[in-house]
Design a protein around this ligand. Structure first.
Ligand SMILES: Nc1nc2c(ncn2[C@@H]2O[C@H](COP(=O)(O)OP(=O)(O)O)[C@@H](O)[C@H]2O)c(=O)[nH]1
Ligand SMILES: Nc1ncnc2c1ncn2[C@@H]1O[C@H](COP(=O)(O)OP(=O)(O)O)[C@@H](O)[C@H]1O
Length: 396
């Protein structure tokens, strides 16, 4: 039998904003038979953030598996339960661009992860104002020309596209740089990071472990660039099942013989590795036909015409996506309180940084068009100034 619930549980305190002056803070939110307690404190040089669950049926505390990337510190916060199994957490004493966080407690992602881990799971996600360009997933058999096409794109449009640098346990090839082509990693370290929920997807490919960290994608997207992922078909499948809204392109060779020729001509693999890659290529070419997996299949016969087709496809997608144009603005404001409103709207009481009471104001947070979510960012937040903070805040 677990420890007796503290007084605030028995009072069913659903929205417990803490005093921003205090060193520690705690909120408790009831979802069904469970109460989610989010607590944080700054203790000298150390700061910590904890999530624990009080199960009202068994009257015991449960410490969940925590996925995603959490805030660095919580000096004070307010919590609000949204309809989709997410807690909206607004940090006090933080700039507006860093104060909005989500803790998923009963979202589809968390439900799926509970089955995988066999434990209670919660997942953090940072809230981002506005929308971001859709990432592009590029898959195809080894030697088909993915890297060549991506390099051309990055060279021609360096400010538009950014590459998601994967982690891998394979050894670097000559001319490959750590942190540029891959993060070359030891298996035990990568496996721990996977267990800690730092990866959007991972797969065993040609006998090595490869994976895309959440940060690899989000760092590129945060910078306003379109993120390109070069991953295998298993990885593409995992990303499809994730909260990341991406475009999926499969590059196919004109023939199997041509693929073999390119792979050998590249000269980066031993004969044994070439054989393994060719065996896997047959399976990948088959799997790519799975309905609903890839949005586009491009044949890389003549390089220039394939590159032209890729550019055309991306350009048409950019104009078709109305969100691509919106930019994320960074605003300075301190959050000092929050209350809920109907229709996915929440009011946040703010005061401008380094401020006095005269500049206190209200912000309206619109959560009606959220995109993405744990284990990456939650994008699509709308923020509108309602009061005197006005400068630069209207219609972000
Ligand atoms: N699932 C997954 N696959 C990856 C990742 N990074 C690279 N790959 C895939 O791993 C395979 C092998 O990549 P690599 O060793 O660079 O060889 P190459 O494809 O012959 O250039 C390719 O199909 C890549 O698309 C990743 O982060 N996740
Ligand atoms: N359309 C093409 N025609 C002929 N050779 C190509 C073409 N595209 C790429 N290559 C060559 O094929 C080899 C494999 O390409 P690469 O980009 O490394 O493939 P991947 O990243 O898919 O493994 C490289 O030597 C590259 O120069």
């Amino acid at each position: 039998m677990g420890e007796e619930a503290p007084e605030y549980v028995l009072n069913s305190l659903e929205l417990a904003a803490c005093d921003s002056e205090s060193t520690g803070c705690r909120t408790a939110t009831i979802v069904g038979n469970k109460m989610y307690v989010v607590e944080g404190s700054e203790d000298g040089s150390k700061s910590w953030i904890n999530v624990k669950i009080f199960d009202k049926l068994t009257r015991s505390w449960v410490f969940p598996t925590v996925l995603g990337i959490k805030p660095v510190q919580l000096k004070g916060h307010s919590t609000l339960l949204l309809k989709n199994g997410q807690l909206l957490i607004v940090k006090m004493d933080s700039t507006l661009d860093g104060c909005i966080w989500f803790l998923e407690v009963d979202s589809p992602f968390v439900k799926e992860q509970k089955k995988i881990f066999g434990t209670e799971v919660v997942a953090w996600s940072k809230g981002v104002i506005g929308n971001a360009p859709k990432p592009i997933v590029i898959s195809g058999p080894s030697g088909v020309g993915k890297g060549t096409l991506i390099n051309k794109l990055m060279k021609e449009f360096p400010s538009r596209y950014g590459f998601s640098v994967s982690h891998t346990t394979r050894a670097p090839r000559e001319k490959e740089l750590d942190g540029v082509h891959y993060h070359f990693t030891e298996r035990s370290i990568m496996e721990k990071d996977i267990r800690d929920g730092k990866f959007l997807e991972f797969a065993s490919v040609h006998g090595n472990l490869y994976g895309t960290s959440i940060e690899a994608v989000e760092v590129v997207t945060d910078s306003g660039k379109r993120c390109i992922l070069d991953i295998d078909v298993q990885g593409a499948r995992s990303v499809r099942a994730s909260s990341l809204d991406a475009i999926f392109i499969f590059i196919t060779p004109p023939s199997f013989e041509e693929l073999e020729k390119r792979l050998r001509a590249r000269g980066t693999e031993t004969e044994e590795q070439v054989q393994k890659r060719l065996r896997n290529a047959r399976a990948e070419l088959d799997e790519a036909k799975s309905p609903g997996l890839f949005n586009h299949i491009l044949v890389n016969d003549d390089l220039e015409s394939c590159y032209g087709n890729l550019k055309k496809l991306l350009a048409s997608d950019e104009t078709a996506d109305p969100l691509y144009q919106s930019s994320v603005k960074i605003l300075k404001a301190h959050v000092s309180g929050m209350e809920s409103k109907a229709d996915h709207r929440t009011l946040i009481h703010c005061s401008a940084s380094g401020t006095n009471a005269a500049t206190n104001s209200l912000l309206m947070l619109d959560t009606s068009s959220l995109k993405g979510g744990a284990p990456g960012r939650t994008r699509g937040l709308g923020v509108y100034a309602l009061g005197s903070l006005g400068d630069g805040l209207n219609g972000i």
